[in-house]
Design a protein around this ligand. Structure first.
Ligand code: NAI
Length: 330
């Protein structure tokens, strides 16, 4: 099929060109994000391939329909950026890549946690300046700490297994407790109890109306002083202004973020020669105990191979008989 591939980066081309070596599809790589304006770049493509920071609201979907687009193929697991009700109304199926590498995201969460804990980012800068001192680099043993995991799906489970390997006590919150986790010794608790008991909290639930601003002034107040919070899930799970206030009082001791509430216009782009006009993000960047990565948790070779393969397979399945296992709407 002809695919309008929005928001293309060089690494997307590399992996999708390999996955499409048999020439099954004709991919038109387009640089800009998908937006109402950029739908003008669609020629006669029947499929739009989009990423998490593309806009798929009602107006955009209506424009896609008018242009004859028959399928939206997300090259992501998350779909909170798609107006599914509008897609249903317009009869545009939306497909996604439900699982590519839970290990990629879980391992990145651990990377953020360990880098913050042992201050590896600061030590790296320091030794490059010829400063081999240890002051302010004190960390803590992971062994014996209580780790609270919110969302024990594919990524949460992979994260839990690593934490159990460190010798941590793992407590979790999920409305569907996982039997493997329970067998491995994970204790499920209501969220309030998890907040009160955890030394480290890692978020692995999707963004939904129920989980938006899950971490807010009220829930932060329930937590231990000096708590470590890691978010590799979605930025809007955290009320960023509330967490900045909690960083200022040292309620939050360490904060690792791979996602940010207002990341759409900033993350994935080289802004090194631009002004960053987002004052909230700029404030976050000033804290020595905050580590931010630019939504890169998914970004491993294995994950990219799987994303490219599953996305193109979804499109081939749709082309064959219109039915795709990974469809997320009716
Ligand atoms: P999953 O669907 O396997 O697991 C999500 C779990 O969260 C489920 O067990 C669900 O019951 C639970 N959950 C839903 N609402 C909850 C709530 N209110 N409280 C507690 N638990 C709740 O999803 P998976 O693959 O583990 O992905 C999790 C999230 O990770 C995705 O929704 C996405 O936002 C994020 N993600 C981030 C990436 C990155 O590069 N930073 C890449 C891929 C996913």
């Amino acid at each position: 099929m002809k695919i309008a591939f929005f928001n293309t980066k060089q690494y997307d081309r590399e992996f999708f060109d390999v996955a499409n070596q048999d020439g099954a599809h004709e991919i038109n790589y387009i640089g800009p994000h998908l937006s109402l304006e950029s739908t003008a770049l669609i020629k006669d493509e029947e499929v739009v391939c989009a990423f998490i920071n593309d806009c798929l609201n009602k107006d955009v979907l209506e424009s896609l329909k008018q242009k004859g687009v028959k399928l939206v193929a997300l090259r992501s697991a998350g779909f909170n950026h798609v107006d599914l009700a509008a897609a249903n109304e317009l009869s545009i199926p939306v497909v996604r890549v439900p699982a590519y590498s839970p290990y990629a995201v879980a391992e990145h969460a651990v990377g953020l946690l360990m880098c913050l804990n042992r201050k590896i980012h600061r030590a790296h800068n320091r030794v490059r300046e010829g400063d081999f001192s240890l002051h302010n680099l004190l960390g803590f043993d992971m062994h014996g700490k209580t780790v609270g995991v919110i969302g024990t799906g594919k990524i949460g489970k992979a994260f839990i297994n690593i934490m159990l390997g460190f010798g941590c006590k793992v407590i979790a919150s999920d409305m569907f407790p996982d039997q493997d986790c329970i067998a491995a010794g994970v204790i499920y608790l209501p969220q309030e109890a998890l907040f009160a008991q955890a030394d480290i909290i890692s978020l692995h639930c999707p963004l939904t109306p129920q989980t938006q601003h899950l971490i807010n002034a009220n829930t932060l107040a329930l937590m231990k002083n000096g708590v470590t919070i890691i978010n590799t899930s979605r930025g809007k799970l955290i009320d960023t202004k509330a967490i900045i206030a909690a960083l200022k009082t040292a309620k939050v001791g360490l904060l690792g973020l791979d996602v940010y509430e207002e990341e759409e216009a900033i993350f994935f782009e080289d802004m090194s020669s631009s002004l960053i006009l987002d004052d909230v993000l700029s404030r976050l960047l000033t804290f020595p105990n905050v580590l931010i990565t630019s939504h890169q948790a998914f970004f491993t070779r294995e994950a990219m191979q799987k994303i490219a393969h599953v996305t193109l397979t979804n499109i081939s399945d749709f082309e064959r008989d219109g039915s795709v296992d990974n469809t997320i709407n009716n």
